[in-house]
Design a protein. Structure first.
Length: 378
């Protein structure tokens, strides 16, 4: 796709509006409140690209607090700052120009640049320009998430049905093998009945794990996400006292929410345990790192429902990354990339988080894996 700015003349009336005598701070607050309700990322910058206003969606995209961005140059957040600078220059020369181009945003603390569609146009305020961003992958991702949510629901029903069907005859098989063993005089044949009993027990515990989230009552209380993180952190550090550091990067302003604390601890624990296991080699060299990062996200869509506010909990590690062959099926039951894994940890984590109307997603490459738990707050 071309990265050259494309100019066009809009068919909208861009004549300056009459300015009303409203005290500027009140007017600013009102403008911010309106901008914050937009799902699109919008910033108002001056002709030297210094940010005057920024809405919540833009703040989320940059991953930086508005306080740090206002007054600074917006161009510094783009991998090719000259594209934005050119577009702003174009509006300076011709107030009716609207420039559209594709660019890459470099959000703070992220290794990946984010491809965005940028629209630059003049505003009614003198010498200011409006910059709108549309993340290019957002639409595609939203469609994919909706499909995955439907698929996860269908999977859950299938698993529950299958688990019940397997569970019922298991007791009978085990009991019959025990009776048979008692009747067998030839002790050498006991090895065979033991195999049946052992395998029946293994299947029983697998089925119990599969049914666990559906059996346990959902105990709802006030949950502080940081208490959840701290519990998991304490267990991790006790289990892996050497070579692993577990960092915290908390946004302590995240409010408490109604939820099942034990379920959420289990979900975060399953994710963090996977990370700790994947970090085996780095632990041995004292270089393993897991980070718990919490943030507030605004205007989030999950499973076709739009939420005003959500919490984001990232469990990040510097391990080798999720094996490519299982990346697309990571949350499916019985999908495992390690010896001895049952492949249920992430399925259960996803189920627990979904019971909070939330969602888990994963981005992973060698050296950087990020499991993001999203839970709506309002
Ligand atoms: N942080 C991570 N880094 C690398 N690989 C990971 C990470 N998290 C998960 N994986 C991969 O995803 C697979 C599936 O994880 P999941 O927790 O569902 O099952 P499991 O760990 O294999 O078994 P268990 O049921 O005991 O948890 C893991 O086997 C591992 O290969
Ligand atoms: Mg696991």
């Amino acid at each position: 796709m071309s990265k050259r700015p494309i100019k066009s003349n809009p068919c909208v009336d861009t004549a300056p509006s009459t300015q009303r005598a409203v005290p500027s701070s009140v007017a600013d607050d009102a403008i911010h409140a309106v901008l914050d309700t937009l799902a699109t990322s919008v910033a108002v910058v001056d002709l030297r690209s210094r940010v005057k206003r920024l809405n919540a969606a833009f703040e989320d995209l940059l991953g930086v607090s508005r306080r740090l961005v206002v007054g600074a140059k917006l161009t510094s957040h783009f991998t090719e700052p000259e594209l934005l600078a050119q577009a702003i220059d174009a509006t300076r020369e011709d107030a009716f120009t609207v420039t559209r181009f594709e660019a890459s945003l470099q959000p703070d603390h992220q290794t990946h640049a984010l491809p965005v569609h940028v629209i630059v146009s003049r505003t009614d305020e003198p010498d200011t320009v409006m910059v709108e961003l549309l993340p290019l992958d957002k639409q595609l991702r939203q469609e994919r998430e909706e499909r995955l949510v439907d698929q996860a629901l269908a999977n859950k029903e299938l698993i529950r049905g299958l688990a019940h069907e397997i569970k019922n005859p298991l007791g009978g098989i085990r009991g019959a093998a025990q009776l048979l063993q008692m009747e067998l005089e030839n002790k050498a044949l006991h090895d065979y009945t033991q195999v049946i009993i052992h395998e029946a027990d293994r299947l029983q515990s697998l089925v119990d794990r599969l049914l666990a989230p559906h059996r346990k009552p959902h105990v709802v209380g006030d949950v502080n996400i940081h208490e959840v993180c701290e519990r998991v952190r304490a267990v991790l550090l006790a289990e892996y006292p050497k070579g692993l550091s577990v960092q915290r990067d908390y946004d302590l302003s995240i409010p408490e929410f109604r939820g099942d604390k034990e379920q959420l601890i289990q979900a975060v624990m399953n994710i963090a345990q996977n990370a700790a296991l994947a970090l085996g080699d780095l632990r041995a060299r004292g270089k393993a790192n897991i980070t718990f990062k919490t943030r507030v996200a605004r205007q989030i869509t999950m499973g076709k429902v739009r939420y005003r506010l959500a919490l984001e909990l990232h469990v990040m590690d510097n391990g080798p990354g999720v094996p490519a062959v299982i990346k697309d099926r990571l949350f499916y039951p019985l999908v495992s990339g390690r010896d001895g894994g049952t492949g249920l940890g992430l399925t259960l984590a996803q189920t627990f988080v979904q019971q909070h109307q939330g969602w888990i997603e994963c981005e992973s490459e060698p050296g950087s894996t990020d499991f993001k738990i999203l839970i709506p707050l309002s």
